[in-house]
Ligand binder design. Structure first.
Ligand code: NDP
Ligand code: HSE
Length: 438
């Protein structure tokens, strides 16, 4: 015998919401069997009801707050996006003891603490698998499967739009703007695609991943962020010559150190999002289009890799439906899913202290002593050079320098000094190199 229906308020019926409605309808019987009760749509909040002819008109409303407040709603599924007014609606739902499933990484990366506190007050569930890496199960493994381990690093590609753009630039030499338009048309990009290309979306996801991995509340503002808008076809060609490709990476690390005053061991968290050159032989180099892939390193488990479709309506709806089944089951049988775990409360380390390898491309005058003077600047800032490549062009030369691992602050000072040298015509690009020995 099945229990009484679980009534679902759906907020948003765009790229992801449309697929949620389709899956709820097409798989109604199977979902009922899995939950132990039917899942029924109580209503769907949208902005422009006339646009949504594919869903029953009587379900549509423009009053999201009113829908959330209805007595016959058990679970709120939010796929609108943005911080306000969504935050208020989800807080209202949780405060009323309604479970929430959301794909909204921007909101979670700013306000997870407040939302979890509301959930704890009423015993409601807050699930968000779709907020990171589309269809890929990543939140649940970090929240549950690896809860007995110590995670040391999470690194990967977590934005489908930028990976789609960089893959196309690398594979076909396609232009940046036309590829971004295509990503929007395919439903990968955010409503405002600068969230993707400027790295905000990946930074939100990195904050969520770091919070889960290191049991510390990390917000988007804690994440060092660089997007891909400065990456040029010339950078991609230069990477190719050196057997590398360029990816937008999110890197969350547990960093160990020593307190300079007491000598005691310290631990902190470092979280960054930036484009990086990686060897073409690296597993992440083969992750193309809107696919995402994330490596998780844990002390006992070792290295794990998660791979799959990171954006798009149906893949994201799959993750939302997985959460919906979980919270609905909890309501049928009683009990709750995991709560926020932020007990470790580690400090967040500034980017200036992060060490990576760098690829620096300069346009310089081609004459005696230039290379030696450039090398001297690196030496002065204690940045060790791993490789140098020079190509003459009439009276100028293109100079590419790859460093060993160096602190961000030292590299920035070196580059500032180089930019001021009379024989350095242009600092063409400065890019981190990941996935190689230091
Ligand atoms: P869309 O822009 O396609 O859809 C947004 C929906 O929200 C639309 O149906 C819109 O209504 C509705 N809406 C907007 N404002 C309001 C409002 N004030 N009141 C009621 N309804 C409103 O977005 P997506 O489906 O692409 O994304 C939704 C969420 O899922 C975002 O948080 C996004 O970050 C996240 N996400 C998206 C992924 C993707 O690949 N697209 C992947 C993973 C997560 P109307 O249609 O009438 O305009
Ligand atoms: N705009 C996001 C992306 C959607 O391109 O990855 C998935 O979160």
């Amino acid at each position: 015998m099945t229990a009484k229906p679980i009534r679902v308020a759906l907020l948003g019926c765009g790229t992801v919401g449309t697929e949620i409605v389709r899956l709820l309808t097409d798989q109604a019987d199977e979902l009922t069997a899995r939950v132990g009760a039917p899942l029924e749509l109580a209503g769907i909040a949208v902005r422009r009801p006339n646009k949504h002819r594919q869903v029953p008109a009587e379900l549509l409303t423009t009053d999201a707050a009113g829908l959330v407040a209805r007595d016959d709603v058990d679970v709120v599924v939010e796929v609108i996006g943005g911080i306000e007014p969504t935050r208020g609606w989800l807080l209202a739902a949780l405060n009323a003891g309604k479970s929430v499933v959301t794909a909204n990484k921007a909101l979670l990366a700013e306000h997870a603490g407040e939302l979890f506190e509301a959930a704890d007050r009423t015993g409601a569930d807050l699930y968000f698998e779709a907020a990171v890496a589309g269809a890929i199960p990543l939140v649940r493994p970090l929240r549950e499967s690896l809860a007995g381990d110590r995670i040391t690093r999470v690194m990967g590609i977590v934005n489908g739009t930028t990976n789609f753009i960089l893959s196309a630039m690398d594979e076909t030499g396609a232009g940046y703007a036309e590829t971004l338009d295509e990503a929007s048309r395919l439903g990968y990009a955010e409503a405002d695609p600068t969230a993707d290309v400027d790295g905000f979306d990946a930074a939100s996801k990195a904050a969520i991943l770091a919070s889960l991995a290191f049991h510390t509340r990390v917000t988007a503002g804690d994440v060092h962020r660089e997007g891909i808008s400065q990456v040029t076809s010339a950078d991609i060609a230069a990477a190719r010559v050196l057997g590398r490709t360029i990816k937008l990476l999110a890197i969350c690390e547990r960093v160990r150190g020593t307190d300079p005053d007491t000598g005691a061991a310290t631990e902190a968290v470092a979280v960054r999002v930036h484009p990086a050159m990686i060897p073409r032989t690296h597993p992440l180099a083969g992750v193309n289009g809107a696919f995402n892939a994330v490596f998780v390193e844990a002390e006992a488990a070792g290295q794990l890799m998660f791979y799959g479709q990171g954006a798009g309506g149906a893949p994201t709806a799959s993750a939302v439906l997985g959460d919906l089944v979980a919270v609905a089951r909890n309501r049928v049988v009683g009990g709750r899913g995991p709560r926020e775990s932020a007990y470790a409360d580690l400090a967040v380390r500034p980017i200036a202290q992060a060490s990576t390898r760098y690829h620096i491309s300069l346009d310089v005058a081609d004459r005696a002593g230039v290379l030696a003077a450039v090398a001297a600047e690196f030496a002065q800032h204690e940045v060790s050079i791993a490789a140098v490549r020079q190509e003459g062009r009439a009276t100028d030369a293109s100079l590419v320098i790859v460093t060993h691992s160096a602190p961000d602050a030292a590299l920035r000072s070196t580059v500032d000094k180089l930019a001021g040298l009379q024989f350095v015509h242009e600092v063409v690009s400065v890019m981190r190199v990941e996935g190689e020995d230091s």
